[in-house]
Write a protein that binds this ligand. Structure first.
Ligand code: OOB
Length: 542
């Protein structure tokens, strides 16, 4: 191991780490110690509310300790990976804080992931355990886990929140704490987050205690999060936006209260906002617009909401303007990425900046470069590729040296794949995307991943997957297919059923399927995705 590198992923070179410590960004905190401190400072304050369950900081701290003791007794050791696929339930926090205390790494899966994704996460990370709900949104995760067990040889435990079926009940794991190991160091990895991805398989994002806790502290300051904050977690808790921008973890860091909404729709969320007097929440653009519509006639009092954050996908100026008056809350645009960099419009920014930009970086030490195709800086204000480096942006994905060589510059800048321009105020405007990805209302889908599955279909000779504009989602997924000679291509429903049967998450299934006989090409004979993205005339294809 050379300085600045670990076995699994490149990390910050020593001189950068020293600088970030000297600047006070990295403070040598860990998640385990953070919760312990907060529980000591205000044991009786409520940390988490889920339905009628309220957990105080002392109770959450104790639950994490007992869970850690139980997980250790199962043989889960520091450095082990554990795939956590829990929805917005208190067990999510009990489990991740237990793992943080042990120094084992949660691998954050989304509840929507299915066999293709989960088997990959478990086998690629050599996970020793997989944590699931019994069922969620009508889907039986226990049956999924049984299939995953067969595909992932390192997997020893399936832990189920709820009725365990043939697996182990998560509720049976906790034990009286005995001597626990010393726990991780602040510069150690805390967890692996998932990338939206633009390649065949999702990449894993290694985040440290030091860097992630800094992103929480910085976010809290910008978003005005304090002990008085009541944060509604409406998006899936495992996603980076509701987890840390400032999200649930930022709120716990500040000693505030987290309210878990099982689903993000207004019918579920509005009564919670009224009952729990929610002050802050985060949404993706399509949801924010649905909320605004529902807010007009709602009997629920939403008057406590002070800040409404919208991010994960581009919010158009028109949409932002519609949101401004809908809640009586300050609108905040958030342009972030699980790899690190997060931009916020500031709460006191003029309205014009709030509706027309995606914010400016969290940290004074976030370095941005906006470059052309050849990597040369563009003139001020011109659009270009966004590259970034900083105290909470990773220097490389986990176990992906070849991909890292492309995704990072030699001097450690992450190539975000986003096209942006910089305003004179230092705000970023997202103008497009260079990566081969579809952003389906905030859910990221790598075209190549879907193409690989489609190419496995016996009737498919070739496949290209692109984004098509959609008035509600922003973008939807369109698959163009060329038939094998003599074969008949499946239609939309059959394609979706077939991909579903291959274990792909529902949000990745093509919204549109079009049969073609050839793909448009560029001057050099490569397939031109740009041409495929142009909306087809009405009536073409299904
Ligand atoms: C957030 O994180 P990811 O990792 O799911 O996705 C990151 C990508 C960005 O590179 C960009 O392409 C897109 O999502 N994106 C936006 C955006 N916010 C994210 N594109 C346009 N406008 C925005 N406001 O999505 C994420 C992580 C932390 C905080 C917020 C979002």
């Amino acid at each position: 191991m050379t300085p600045g590198e670990s076995a699994a992923a490149p990390t910050w070179p020593a001189e950068f780490a020293a600088r970030y410590r000297a600047a006070g960004w990295w403070r040598g905190e860990t998640f385990g110690a953070m919760l312990r401190d907060r529980a000591a400072a205000h044991p009786k304050r409520i940390a988490l509310t889920a339905g009628d369950r309220h957990l105080t900081y002392a109770a959450l701290d104790e639950a994490a300790d007992r869970m850690a003791a139980g997980l250790l007794a199962l043989g889960i050791a520091p450095g082990d990976r554990v795939v956590v696929q829990l929805p917005n339930v208190p067990e999510f926090f009990e489990v991740i804080f237990a793992l943080f205390r042990i120094g084992a790494l949660p691998v954050f899966a989304l509840p929507a992931h299915r066999e293709a994704e989960i088997s990959y996460f478990c086998s690629f990370t050599e996970a020793v355990a997989y944590v699931i709900p019994a069922t969620w949104e009508g889907y039986d995760h226990r049956a999924l886990a049984t299939r995953v067990l067969a595909a992932a040889p390192t997997l020893r435990h399936v832990l189920v929140a709820g009725e365990p079926g043939g697996h182990t009940a998560l509720g049976a794991v906790p034990r009286d704490p005995v001597a626990t190991p010393p726990g991780p160091n602040p510069e150690d990895l805390a967890f692996l987050q998932l990338s939206g991805g633009s390649t065949g398989v999702p990449k894993l994002i290694p985040r440290t205690h030091d860097d992630y806790l800094y992103s929480l502290r910085g976010s809290n300051e910008i978003c005005g999060v304090s002990a008085d904050t009541v944060y509604l977690c409406a998006l899936p808790a495992a996603h980076n936006f509701p987890l840390s921008s400032p999200g649930t973890l930022g709120t716990l860091y500040a000693g505030g209260r987290v309210v878990l909404s099982p689903r993000p729709d207004p019918d579920t969320a509005f009564p919670l906002i009224a009952r729990e007097r929610v002050t802050l929440t985060a949404l993706v653009p399509p949801l924010a617009l649905a909320w605004a519509e529902a807010a007009a006639g709602t009997p629920h009092d939403l008057g406590t909401l002070r800040v409404l954050q919208v991010g994960g996908a581009k919010l158009s100026r028109e949409a932002a303007t519609r949101l401004l008056p809908a809640f009586g809350a300050t609108l905040q645009q958030v342009f972030g990425m699980a790899e690190g960099l997060v931009n916020y419009t500031r709460l006191d920014d003029p309205e014009e900046l709030i509706v027309s930009t995606q914010g400016r970086p969290l940290s004074p030490d976030d370095e941005l470069r906006i470059v052309d195709e050849e990597g040369r800086p563009v003139p001020p204000g011109a659009p270009g590729h966004l590259l970034t480096r900083g105290p909470y942006t990773i220097r490389g994905y986990w176990r992906a040296p070849e991909h890292n060589a492309r995704a990072f510059t030699p001097d450690g800048f992450y190539r975000t794949g986003d096209l942006v321009r910089l305003t004179p105020t230092g705000h970023l405007v997202v103008t497009g995307r260079a990566k081969d990805q579809i952003n389906r209302g905030g859910e990221k889908v790598a075209a190549e991943e879907i193409e690989n599955h489609l190419l496995a279909h016996p009737a498919v000779h070739d496949a290209e997957v692109v984004a098509q504009p959609d008035p509600y989602l922003g973008e939807r997924i369109c698959a163009y297919l060329i038939a094998r000679q003599g074969a008949e291509l499946p239609g939309r429903a059959a394609v979706r059923a077939w991909l579903r049967a291959r274990g792909l998450a529902e949000y990745k299934l093509p919204d549109l399927v079009r049969a073609v006989t050839a793909f448009p090409t560029t001057g050099v004979g490569k397939v031109s995705k740009r041409h495929l993205r142009e909306p087809a005339p009405p009536g073409a294809g299904s």
